[in-house]
Design a protein around this ligand. Structure first.
Ligand code: EPZ
Length: 433
C-alpha cells in the first residue's frame, strides 16, 4: 500500500488545473450502456474509480478505449465507450462492492436489455448508504425486483414504463439512476424532489446530446419523455468541483497564491463564501478562481453545515474541517447528509487538532500549530483533509492507505508539488483496491 509523506510549512504558489469530475464521469460511463453507438467522453479523469468501472463495463461487453495525452488535468484525455452489443447483464459482487457507483449500471442494463443481476454496492464507509430509493424508483417504472443473496435480480419483461416518482428526500444516486432508466422508458417520467447537483445536470445534458428528451435540468423536477433509442455523442466531463474545492482549501491552509484553472467558480460558491468569511481572498476568473492567503494572518473560525447542492458539499466537509483546525476561535461543523462522516476527526487529532464530535456535529477549537504524525486515510475525502493538514503541520506527516485518495484525485502529489508543496509518494506493496 502506498503512502504519502508531506513536509509541512511550504507555501503554495502556482497553477493547478482541475480534472474532470469523478462523480460525473462514473454516471456518464454508465450511460454508454444505453446505446449501441460510441460515446466519447473527453476531459476524463484518470482515477482508480473510473478504471474500476471501466473493468465492469468491459465485463458487460462494452468496448473501452483510452486515448490522448495524459498531461496533468489535460482536457485531451478521452475515453471511448462502445456498447455495440451487451454480452452480459451480470455485475458481480467483486466489481460492485468496492465502488457504489457501479450499482448505477442496473438501470441502463434494464433499459437496454430488460434484465440485470447486479450485486448490492459497497463504497466508502461513511454510513449505511442503502439503495432503497433506487429500487423504489425502478419498481415504480415497472421493474420486477427480487433480492437474493446480496444480489438484485431485476426484470422488465414489458420494458420500462414512465412514472411519476416523488423521492422522500434528495438523493444524488437515486436521481441519476432513475434518469438513466427513464430516457428509454415508454412514456413520461416525472422525478420530483430530484437532486440538482451539477453532475446530474452534466449527465442530463449528455443524454440530451445522445437524443434523450429531458426538461427541468438543474431544477428539482425532471421531466423525461422516453425515446425509442439513443445515439452516440462526444461529451466533455464537467470540472470536478470537489477536487477544485480541495485545492482551494489547500491553498488557503498553506498560504500563498494559487490559480485554479479548467474549473468553474460557480460550482464551489458555497465553499468560497465560507473561505472569504474566514479571511481568505478568493477571486473568480473565467475558468476557475485565484485563492490567496497571507500566512502571517490567522484565519477566523466559521461554522458550516453540509446541505444538498447548492449548499455546502458534504464532500468538502473534511477539507474545511482541516482548515478550521488552526483558525482563531471555535468552528461548529454540522454534517447533514451522511450519519458517519467524521472519521477524519480523530486522525486530525493525531496531528494536534482539538475536535469534539457529538452526533452529527463537530466542534473544532482552533490551535496555533499542528505537528506532523502518521495518520491513516479512512475514506476518499477524509484522506485529502489529512494531506491538507499535513501541509502546515510541523515536521513530517505520513498519510497511509492512499488507495482511498487515488480513487478520486488524479496525481495529487504532482499537482501540489508543482506549487511548491514538499510532498512525495512512498511506494508500498500492491493492494487490491
Ligand atoms: C453521491 O453519493 C456521491 N457519490 C458522494 O460522493 C456524495 O457525497 C453524495 O452523492 C452526496 O453529495 C457519487 O456520485 C458516486 P445520495 P450518493 O444518494 O449518490 C441516503 C465521494 O466522496 N440514501 O445523495 O450515494 C444515503 O445513505 C462520494 O465522491 C438512502 O437512504 O449519495 C445518504 O445518507 C462519497 N437511500 C443520503 O441518502 C437511497 O436509496 C444521500 O445520499 C439512497 C441514498
Amino acid at each position: 500500500m502506498d503512502s504519502i509523506a508531506i513536509q509541512g510549512g511550504a507555501r503554495l504558489n502556482g497553477t493547478i488545473p482541475v480534472s474532470g469530475a469523478k462523480n460525473s464521469a462514473l454516471k456518464l460511463m454508465a450511460a454508454s450502456i444505453l446505446t449501441d453507438q460510441p460515446l466519447r467522453l473527453t476531459n476524463m479523469p484518470r482515477l482508480a474509480d473510473t478504471k474500476f468501472l471501466g473493468r465492469l463495463l468491459r465485463e458487460l461487453g462494452v468496448e473501452v478505449a483510452e486515448n490522448g495525452h495524459t498531461e496533468v488535468g489535460g482536457g485531451e484525455q478521452e475515453t471511448l465507450f462502445h456498447a455495440a452489443r451487451i454480452t452480459s447483464t451480470f455485475a458481480p459482487y467483486d466489481l460492485v462492492r468496492q465502488m457504489r457507483a457501479s450499482f448505477n449500471v442496473l438501470g441502463p442494463l434494464l433499459a437496454r436489455t430488460g434484465e440485470a443481476r447486479v450485486s448490492l454496492p459497497g463504497g466508502c464507509t461513511i454510513g449505511a448508504r442503502p439503495v432503497d430509493l433506487h429500487l423504489q424508483a425502478l419498481t415504480a417504472m415497472g421493474v420486477e425486483i427480487e433480492l437474493d443473496e446480496g444480489y438484485v435480480i431485476a426484470r422488465a419483461p414489458k420494458g420500462l414504463k414512465g412514472a411519476e416518482i416523488e423521492f422522500p428526500f434528495v438523493s444524488v444516486g437515486a436521481t441519476e439512476h432513475a434518469l438513466l432508466a427513464a430516457v428509454l422508458a415508454d412514456g413520461t417520467t416525472v422525478l420530483k424532489k430530484a437532486a440538482r447537483e451539477p453532475e446530474i445536470g452534466d449527465l442530463a445534458r449528455c443524454l440530451v446530446a445522445m437524443g434523450a428528451k429531458v426538461e427541468g435540468i438543474d431544477t428539482d423536477e425532471l421531466v423525461i419523455t422516453g425515446v425509442g433509442s439513443l445515439g452516440g455523442a462526444t461529451w466533455s466531463v464537467i470540472p470536478d468541483r470537489i477536487e477544485m474545492g480541495s485545492y482551494a482549501v489547500a491553498a488557503a491552509m498553506a498560504g500563498g497564491e494559487v490559480r485554479l484553472t479548467r474549473g468553474r467558480a460557480d460550482l464551489i460558491q458555497a465553499l468560497t463564501d465560507k473561505m472569504v468569511e474566514a479571511g481568505v481572498e478568493v477571486t473568480p476568473t473565467d475558468d476557475g478562481v485565484i485563492v490567496k492567503r497571507d500566512p502571517a494572518r490567522r484565519l477566523k473560525a466559521v461554522n458550516v453545515a453540509t446541505e444538498v447542492y447548492p449548499g455546502f458539499a458534504t464532500d468538502l466537509q473534511a477539507q474545511f474541517m482541516a482548515l478550521m483546525t488552526t483558525a482563531d476561535g471555535e468552528s461548529v461543523i454540522h454534517e447533514n447528509i451522511f450519519e458517519n462522516r467524521f472519521m477524519h476527526a480523530p486522525e486530525l487529532g493525531r496531528l494536534g487538532a482539538d475536535i469534539h464530535v457529538h452526533a452529527g456535529e463537530a466542534v473544532v477549537k482552533g490551535v496555533e500549530v499542528l505537528h506532523g504524525a502518521q495518520v491513516m486515510a479512512t475514506d476518499l475525502r477524509a484522506s485529502v483533509s489529512l494531506v491538507i493538514a499535513g501541509l502546515v503541520a510541523e515536521g513530517e506527516t505520513t498519510v497511509g492507505r492512499v488507495y482511498h485518495l487515488d480513487r478520486g484525485f488524479e496525481r495529487l502529489e504532482e499537482k501540489l508539488g508543482a506549487c511548491g508543496a514538499q510532498i512525495r509518494r512512498i511506494k508500498g506493496e500492491d493492494h487490491d483496491h
